[in-house]
Design a protein around this ligand. Structure first.
Ligand SMILES: [Zn+2]
Length: 401
């Protein structure tokens, strides 16, 4: 999260370049140009799928696990998508691992069903990765890596946001799933440490980014914007920026791990960012304490939306935002402001339809291009196709706030 360009979409760029003929395994192979071990590796995965159908499973995605050595590293997880060129494996620690079949050796099928690593195993892995420089605190759903002696500042806030998020969706008729693995958040002491980690992780961020959630690693990463000088008191300290970053990024992470969004299915950016920004308002993340409609307004985003709507916004831009993510590159602040405004408008005036639309986008197949045409069709199926009327009503509503 940052003032203008909060989040990365690194995983989606990553996938779009390698969108291949899914599961047409044998059809992809040219024996003259591939090593025999590629064939064996792909057959291992294919055999998992065949066994699954013989057992009568109706699961849309194969659920079994394989283990393979990729270079020096041993990885184990669920193959999500594969071709002769690339395998996408959901690792047991929640990260997405990609590799070419010919990079794999010593592979075997290890279990008929995917299971994430235990909290103890994940914690041990984090100790190995971050050494003695940081402390790791656990809550029911989270493992938070943070500067030593600061458990009270960080860990419970992530868990508390998780609970608010789940409550918000349960009262709207959703049945959020339990995450498959402990959720990881890493809090660095300084911006420099944060940026060095982001480069190593291959997350390409803006200079002002305060934190981010990566669907590829499934981790939240941020830094203490007070440089360790802040207090946890939001009223008197300067900790509110940290709190906002946690809310925004934990909303992304929780949405992608409880089934409100689906990782790797190309969720429209306005929808995921709009949801995260809605939660920044205290009347949304703490709806039991703050019940007025005005508490549900994200004041900062409304302040950005007003001048954007008055000067830079083009008529019909709503349809463009829904069809494509390009506005985020052209006018980042306008795109974020309009994404929040649209999400807020839909939740306040058509909550049932908004829930239906979320469920529709979450049901999309993974690793499949979500075309502009399809995005428009899905939106129109839920909200109707009278765009002129829709935009007029939206702008009228926003004009009154
Ligand atoms: Zn975001």
């Amino acid at each position: 999260m940052a003032s203008s360009d909060p989040c990365e979409d690194v995983c989606f760029r990553y996938f779009s370049s390698t969108r291949l003929a899914t599961r047409k395994i044998l059809g992809c192979l040219d024996p003259s140009s591939y090593l025999i071990r590629i064939l064996w590796f792909l057959l291992l995965i294919a055999w998992g799928v065949i066994c699954l159908s013989v057992q009568g499973s109706s699961a849309a995605e194969p659920n079994f696990m394989i283990r393979a050595r990729i270079g020096q590293k041993l990885v184990e997880g669920q193959p999500l998508n594969w071709s002769a060129q690339m395998v996408y494996l959901l690792s047991r620690d929640g990260q997405l691992v990609t590799f070419a079949p010919d990079e794999a050796s010593d592979y075997e099928k290890t279990a008929p069903k995917f299971s994430g690593y235990s909290t103890a195993k994940m914690r041990a892995g984090l100790y190995k990765e971050f050494g003695g420089d940081y402390e790791i605190s656990g809550t029911r759903h989270y493992l938070v890596v943070h500067p030593k002696g600061q458990k009270d500042l960080w860990a419970d806030r992530f868990e508390s946001l998780y609970r608010s998020f789940v409550h918000y969706f349960i009262v709207r008729g959703f049945q959020p799933q339990e995450p498959k693995f402990p959720l990881i958040a890493i809090v660095f002491r300084t911006q420099g440490e944060y940026q060095r980690y982001a480069i190593k992780e291959k997350s390409y961020l803006g200079a002002n980014t305060l934190g981010h959630y990566s669907p590829r690693t499934n981790r939240i990463v941020l830094y203490d914007s007070t440089g360790g000088r802040g207090t946890s008191n939001l009223e008197t300290g300067d900790w509110s920026q940290n709190a906002d970053t946690i809310i925004h990024e934990a909303t992304h992470q929780t949405a992608f791990n409880t089934g409100i969004h689906t990782r790797f299915s190309g969720v429209p950016r306005w929808l995921s960012e709009g949801l995260a920004m809605m939660f920044e308002a205290r009347g949304v993340w703490d709806s039991r304490s703050y019940t007025r409609e005005s508490d549900r307004i994200n004041v900062d985003r409304l302040k950005e939306f007003k001048p954007y709507a008055a000067k830079r916004r083009k008529p019909g831009s709503l349809k463009q935002l829904i069809a494509r993510d390009q506005l985020f590159r052209r006018d980042s602040s306008g795109a974020y402001a309009e994404s929040w405004a649209l999400s807020h408008y839909l939740c306040e005036t058509r909550p049932q339809k908004y829930s239906e639309y979320l469920a529709r986008t979450a049901a999309r197949p993974i690793f499949e291009n979500y075309t502009a045409k399809q995005r428009i069709e899905d939106f129109e199926t839920t909200f109707g196709d009278d765009w002129k009327m829709f935009e007029a009503q939206f702008l009228r509503y926003m004009g009154k706030l």
